[in-house]
Design a protein around this ligand. Structure first.
Ligand SMILES: [Zn+2]
Length: 73
């Protein structure tokens, strides 16, 4: 199952460079505060998403990370 190349709907400019890992800020798909990062499959960048838009991120070839373990301090 090689990943398909589906460029066009998502440009490089929509991604945050990996080097700039600061605050998550706003969800890529709505105006909610982002809850997690979603790195792109090709490793070129990531977007910040809220809990409601994990599916949308996956549809755009991003791989949402799991929530941080709240038991770890
Ligand atoms: Zn959202």
């Amino acid at each position: 199952m090689a990943p398909k190349q589906e460029e066009g709907s998502f440009t490089e400019e929509d991604r945050t460079p990996v080097e700039e890992m600061t605050t998550l800020g706003q969800c890529r798909y709505c105006e909610n505060d982002a809850k997690r990062m979603a790195p792109h499959k090709d490793g070129t960048g990531w977007v910040a998403i809220c809990d409601e838009h994990e599916k949308e991120a996956r549809d755009d070839d991003f791989v949402p990370e799991k929530d941080a373990d709240p038991s770890v301090s």
